[in-house]
Design a protein around this ligand. Structure first.
Ligand code: GUN
Length: 284
């Protein structure tokens, strides 16, 4: 039976460290501040934004919310970002996705100063990550790295197989695992004989978005399994990309859904905001 990697415990551990850093910044006269932009009325986005604000409050980060109407134009959104870029009291800027279809998402995300890009979506930050010079880190992948660190699992020399090639999770996770000296394989919907590859994984990352996609016969005995999925099963119950009950019989360690990788994403957003504040104030 696998060890269950407890995302809430690791979140609380990391938030404790971050709260101390925020307090230290405050003692130096710096109030760490995150600006969150939400456009339109997406109900899931509203919950995510509320959770982000609650995390800020918990560790002493000031959060500013800019809730814009659905009909906001790209130009109006960019004007707000320009204002926040120029505001020295704002350390991090996040534009919650998805934005309404008429908005040019890439133009918006690329307008955020790389130094304030706490999502690590800007091409400059993606490029830095790819050459091992990342400072602000992709939140979900970095959350998984912190989980491995906490559990004493060193990726060096291990075969890490990532299922999914999204810009937000799969690709940056591959980059991060490479920087930790893992041997990395990225699989996707066109991969031929996926199980033959996933069965080679010492660390298996499932980021496909399909409920219970990874079955026990796709997993090597003793593998570490990280599940990024947030799916619904046939009964409408929240589940991950991994068939948890069966896979946990084979894996040595596994993240549950909920309570696994999910709580770490916002924690790393907090980490990036603190890192941005330190960098902007030249505190190392
Ligand atoms: N929407 C869903 N996940 C995310 C995220 O990590 N960042 C932003 N900005 N929007 C999201």
């Amino acid at each position: 039976m696998a060890k269950i990697i407890d995302g809430k415990k690791i979140r609380d551990y990391n938030l404790g460290i971050l709260a101390n850093e925020v307090a230290e910044l405050k003692e130096n006269g710096i109030e760490t501040c995150l600006a969150v932009i939400i456009v339109g009325n997406d109900s899931a986005s509203r919950i995510y934004v509320n959770n982000k604000k609650a995390a800020c409050e918990k560790i002493g980060i000031k959060s500013l919310e800019f809730a814009l109407p659905e009909e906001t134009t790209t130009e109006e959104l960019i004007a707000l970002i320009d204002k926040l870029n120029a505001d020295g009291s704002v350390n991090g800027i996040l534009c919650q996705l998805p934005v309404p279809k008429h908005i040019n998402k890439n133009e918006v995300l690329e307008r955020i100063f790389p130094s304030k890009d706490v999502d690590c979506f800007h091409p400059e930050n993606v490029g830095r990550l790819s050459i091992g010079k990342g400072h602000l880190m992709p939140c979900t992948p970095m959350g998984m790295v912190k989980m491995l660190e906490y559990e004493g699992i060193d990726p060096a020399g291990k075969h890490c197989v990532v299922i999914g090639r999204s810009d937000i999770v799969g690709k940056p996770m591959a980059m991060l695992m490479l920087s930790k000296n893992a041997t990395v394989t990225v699989c996707h919907s066109k991969t031929v004989d996926l199980p033959s590859i996933t069965r080679q994984a010492d660390i298996l990352v499932a980021a496909v978005g399909i409920a219970n996609f990874v079955k026990a016969d796709m997993v090597k005995d003793g593998a570490v399994v990280l599940d990024v999925g947030m799916d619904r099963d046939e009964n409408g119950k929240l589940c991950g990309d991994v068939d948890f009950d069966a896979v946990s019989e084979k894996a040595s360690a596994i993240t549950p859904v909920p309570g696994g990788v999910g709580p770490m994403t916002i924690t790393m957003l907090m980490r990036n905001t603190v890192e941005a504040a330190k960098e902007q104030n030249k505190i190392y």
